[in-house]
Design a protein around this ligand. Structure first.
Ligand code: BES
Ligand code: ZN
Length: 627
């Protein structure tokens, strides 16, 4: 009761800032006004004036590699407020006008690296504002030449908004706590097809200038990092009644086969935590330069092609991005200090879907891999490092995804085991329902857990250690450990290999991908050329079609200066732009003195231009030019 009363004070509702004066006002999501919900990575001041809707009208120019046109924003503001601040990280404003086309004054402030600049608009009493602009060299956008695509004939465009990149091409308040509906009309050369993270509104319209116009609509308020676009020579195939896949024609057959379990995953997810609220669940399998494995853009998950192994062994990625339709897209971290609310909860949910679709053995093995990654991260930075807490205040040196994702998931798994699956699932479903289309913080989740799970049971509270899990570094001692049986066989095989350098090819050929990955991470870190050659010869690692396994092998090989694998590593780095693979490989090479640094520099020089700006940013840090 007390908590509920307090919470309602935190929610600045639409009517508090005058939405009731706006005709046709869309559903407006509340803004959290507590200090822990403030987003230091945005210049917006949503308590006084906020964007509720963005309408984009943009032309894609593949020659100039720019987008230009207008963004019309709907604003609600506290009475008497006559300015609004947007985020601008590089787009060039040409003019800003009110609903009647009258010019409004504006000012672009000083740029802060990685955050951009405040765009302050003197709007007077205008609440509909049109910004005419051009975005060139936008960090969110990657323009691919035909050679960088599978088909080789048409250029391609893809975007990546999370975390703070959409302010490079969309003039709005770019903060995850400021949800907005949006719509778009996008024109492109007629031989390209455009998709976005909203439902397609009309059939594409042929224009007179050899272009086509595509229209999209997202009528549910979403965090602005979730607005995404891709364009290229892409085709669509239905997977089920509400799911399908877009990709280049030559990729279609493989993509469809790999994604065959999608509809069953949606059903499983709904059975666990309630209705899928977004209508369709489509995916796009992108060219390999996409900087992530996957990105949960609503109704259009973006995917790396590197998850295609031919045997669905890496489709945990699909379960993960689908799960974000609840954790992340429905209930969203108010700022990036609480990204574990998106990623940790999703990783837990992902594993529940995997268990449902592929069974307990695979799910438990993936839990065990995750746990090993937590231990590795803790060993690296120390269990007392502040970056190993789930809630990560700005300025905390992050201990990486093993904490946000895997420790986050372990927290949920621990709660599940203490209160029982049925009761925990009921709580989590309730969390999604009661916070749907709203931002959340760690404190809000903690309050909700106390209110709806602990319910005053002091004994239970003591067992759960909620605050310790959320705010303290390291691992609380009540963590449920992975099933020791998960990797019993492969760990024995790894021990044998460590002792006698012998491997059982028969066993390897029967192992799951998780087991193979486990073997490759458990193998001795220092191996001779003879050992590596034998291993590669027996297990055919260099020609693996499974990119997770290939990556682990190449990392091990480069750490041991194994010349014979260098061509494969260079080829991999020239084809794949996924940061998770590319950055560690460059790091491994840079740690190998002149031998590795020469390879790293030469390879990076050749490939840097074909990486996404995010991948470039992380590799630039590793491959510093010789002083
Ligand atoms: N939302 C993330 C990708 C992301 C995280 C982009 C942080 C920008 C900042 C996405 O859902 C994700 O977690 N992708 C993972 C896949 C996964 C199975 C762990 C990836 O890309 O590897
Ligand atoms: Zn994720």
């Amino acid at each position: 009761m007390r908590i509920l009363a307090a919470l309602s004070l935190l929610l600045l509702s639409a009517c508090d800032i005058g939405a009731d004066n706006v005709s046709n006002a869309p559903i407006v999501s509340p803004i959290l006004t507590t200090e822990d919900a403030r987003d230091p990575q945005s210049f917006a001041q949503p308590q006084t004036a906020r964007v509720t809707h963005v309408d984009l009208d943009l032309d894609l120019d593949f020659d100039a590699q720019s987008v230009s046109g207008t963004a019309m924003i709907d604003v609600i503001a506290k009475e008497g407020v006559d300015t609004i601040i947007l985020d601008d990280d590089g787009y060039q404003v040409e003019s800003i006008t009110d609903g009647e086309g009258r010019p409004l004054e504006y000012e672009v402030g000083e740029v802060t690296e990685g955050k951009g600049a405040p765009l302050t608009i003197t709007m007077g009493d205008a609440r509909e504002i049109t910004i005419a602009y051009t975005a060139e060299d936008a960090g969110a956008l990657q323009w691919l030449t035909p050679e960088q695509t599978a088909g080789g004939k048409h250029p391609y465009l893809l975007s990546q908004g999370q975390a703070t990149l959409n302010r490079t091409w969309i003039p709005t308040q770019d903060s995850p706590g400021i949800r907005q509906t949006w719509s778009a009309r996008i024109t492109a050369p007629a031989d390209l097809t455009v998709v976005m993270s909203g439902l397609s509104a009309d059939e594409p319209e042929a224009l007179e200038d050899g272009r086509r116009a595509f229209t999209f609509e997202m009528d549910k308020p979403v965090a602005p990092y979730l607005i995404a676009i891709a364009a290229g020579d892409i085709v669509f195939e239905e997977l089920g009644p509400r799911s399908g896949v877009w990709t280049e024609p030559v990729m279609l057959e493989k993509a469809v086969a790999e994604l065959a379990d999608t509809e069953a995953m949606i059903d499983a997810a709904e059975k666990l935590y309630g209705e899928y609220r977004w209508g369709r669940y489509d995916m796009i399998v992108l060219p390999p330069s996409f900087p992530y494995g996957g990105m949960e853009n609503p109704v259009m998950t973006f995917l790396t092609p590197t998850f295609i192994a031919g045997d669905k062994s890496l489709t945990g990625l699909i379960a993960h991005e689908l799960a974000h339709s609840w954790s992340g897209n429905l209930v969203t971290n108010a700022n990036w200090t609480d990204s574990w609310l998106n990623e940790g909860v999703t990783s837990y949910f992902e594993n529940r879907i995997v268990e449902e679709i592929y069974g307990t053995k695979r799910a438990q093995q993936e839990v065990a891999l995750d746990f090993a990654a937590i231990e590795e991260a803790l060993a690296e930075v120390g269990a007392g490092a502040p970056g190993t807490a789930l809630h990560q205040p700005i300025g905390t040196d992050s201990a990486g995804s093993a904490i946000i994702y895997n420790k986050g998931a372990a927290f949920l798994r621990t709660m599940e085991s203490i209160v029982g699956r049925e009761r925990f699932d009921e709580w989590l479903k309730q969390w999604f329902d009661n916070h749907a289309f709203q931002p959340a913080t760690s404190a809000l989740l903690l309050a909700d857990l106390n209110e709806n799970l602990v319910k005053g049971d002091a004994e239970l509270a003591k067992k759960l250690k909620l605050e310790e899990w959320i705010y303290q570094p390291g691992l609380p001692d009540n963590i449920v450990l992975p099933d020791p049986a998960a990797f019993a066989e492969v760990d024995a095989a790894a021990a044998t290999f460590a002792e006698s350098r012998s491997v059982d090819e028969q066993a390897w050929s029967k192992w799951t991908s998780a087991e193979r990955q486990r073997f490759l991470t458990k193998a001795p870190r220092v191996l001779s050329e003879t050992d590596l050659a034998a291993l590669d010869g027996q297990l055919k690692l260099s020609s693996s079609g499974n990119n997770e396994e290939l990556f682990l092998w190449l990392e091990l090989a480069m750490e041991n200066r194994f010349d014979a694998a260098v061509p494969t590593a260079e080829k991999f780095l020239s084809q794949v732009g996924r940061t998770k693979f590319v950055a560690p490989l460059f790091k491994a090479l840079m740690g190998q003195g002149d031998w590795g640094q020469a390879i790293a520099r030469r390879t990076y020089e050749k490939n840097r231009a074909s990486y996404h700006s995010l991948t470039q940013a992380s590799v630039d840090n590793l491959v510093k030019p010789k002083a």
